[in-house]
Design a protein around this ligand. Sequence first.
Ligand SMILES: NC(=O)C1=CN([C@@H]2O[C@H](COP(=O)(O)OP(=O)(O)OC[C@H]3O[C@@H](n4cnc5c(N)ncnc54)[C@H](OP(=O)(O)O)[C@@H]3O)[C@@H](O)[C@H]2O)C=CC1
Ligand SMILES: O=C(O)CCC(=O)C(=O)O
Length: 526
Amino acid sequence: MIDGAMLIGAEARQADKRFTSVDPSTGKTLTPDFSSAGPDAVDAAAALAAEAFPTYAATDPETRAAFLEAITDEILALGDELILRAMQESGLPRARLEGERGRTVGQLKLFANVVRQGDWLDATIDPAMPDRQPLPRPDLRRMNVALGPVAVFGASNFPLAFSVAGGDTASALAAGCPVVVKGHPAHPGTGELVARAIAKAVEKAGLPAGVFSYLPGETNELGGAIVRDPRIKAVGFTGSRGGGMALMKIAAERDEPIPVYAEMSAINPVVIMPHALEARGAALAPAYVQSLTMGAGQFCTNPGLVLAIAGPALDAFVEAAGQALTESAPTTMLTPGIHASFEKGVEALASHAAVTTVARGKVGEGVNQAVGALFRTDAEAFLADRALGHEVFGSSSIVVACRDFAELKKVIASLEGQLTATLQIDAEDEADAKGLIPVLADRVGRILVNGWPTGVEVAPAMVHGGPFPATSDGRTTSVGTGAIYRFLRPVSLQNLPASLLPEAVSDANPWGIARRLDGKREASPR
Ligand SMILES: NC(=O)C1=CN([C@@H]2O[C@H](COP(=O)(O)OP(=O)(O)OC[C@H]3O[C@@H](n4cnc5c(N)ncnc54)[C@H](OP(=O)(O)O)[C@@H]3O)[C@@H](O)[C@H]2O)C=CC1
Ligand SMILES: O=C(O)CCC(=O)C(=O)O
């Protein structure tokens, strides 16, 4: 049921102030209208989260894992109502949203297994050495503990997998942190359905209601108030650079500053190495255009920049890519605002004196349609104007022709931090590519070879992060099991008697987790 409520723990409340959502494919307002959460709601949700924190953080792995799995059951029980509402609110097609629901549920299940397995606790025991000379060593035991209530900002471009029950929520809950979600105003009905599913799972698991709250709204004030609240101890965010930076500033200016894990903008360079370009440049073009235009290009992993050495092979690639893009269909974008900023970004490139428009996609009839755009410039112009390297969120990409390999390296070194870098290589390119790996690793969170950057695998070895401004903190990831560490901190326990030791580091090891004993990894009891 969608009735426009916010959820303060288990309680569904209506706010007087309301907002509506729009079907981006028609521009028409959808029903019902939604609560726009105000300061009272923020206060109540944060108070409940703080109250729930000690109990929730102390849950044993099995209880917490079963809770994460219960959320998946409740999301799946929403059935087609969830998919239909998400289609209406986002303009995304059914297959994409069904896939996203699968990813959402898969992520929660993956974190349930992570919680059970226990490596995230990083339990480490350095037994006492009473006879050590010249000084005895104390008994030291270290483990990770949850940070406290976490604010999660749902992303517009993944209404399921990066939103109310998305990766940030799953990893924070797995870490033992209650979550207060700031719902994205682009998909409030979808958000409410998922929020109600999580609240049901909280109740069924017998957990304190404050483990999860959902605050929908369409004002910067709401997001700011959540981050300012002293009971919130960390923030997960996916969205614009402006939004992420604003929240980082608020978090840094609190009496108690807190970490903000913001995933913001990227243009994801693709380097086509000379032999690959020569041998199969034209053949690469359709796959590149597919990655560029998929989902109207509304991925932070979108390939927005192609680098290669100028010459006939690059010309052939650009021509083939232009041809493929010309045939690409217009696609509905997520919101009128995102569409407007896409058009503005494309217009700025199209009117730039040093940039050539190679091709545009097919023009559509409806509203908020993304028409793909492919541009070309040279390295000198790209290096001279940093604006050419700014993200245009949507299916827009620029090919930069470099004089030689040295200039190509210079362009890479000039780039801001990125989520990904892609290398297209043939065997003969490997020697040169090897020299590029450290240069790229300095700039990006993930390097991939002979693939395309869109489509992030949710796996233990995944890094969906990267140096600023790709993210606010390049030491971590927002996708994959590593995401849990954003919401943990280590605590060392010195000379505690057995009766005071938490299970994770007690001699009996009742949770059966793998630990490090006296500097050595213990065999996993599982
Ligand atoms: N890196 C990525 O993956 C993504 C990047 N984007 C980029 O963001 C642009 C806009 O998309 P959108 O999804 O609306 O992203 P925004 O960053 O504008 O908004 C995301 C969330 O952050 C909140 N927010 C934004 N600015 C502030 C602020 N100053 N203070 C407090 N809260 C804030 C919004 O709340 P409210 O609206 O209520 O103020 C919303 O809930 C796109 O055109 C694209 O450039 C978008 C999606 C993903
Ligand atoms: O490509 C993906 O699967 C994820 C991309 C992403 O994180 C984003 O667009 O926000």
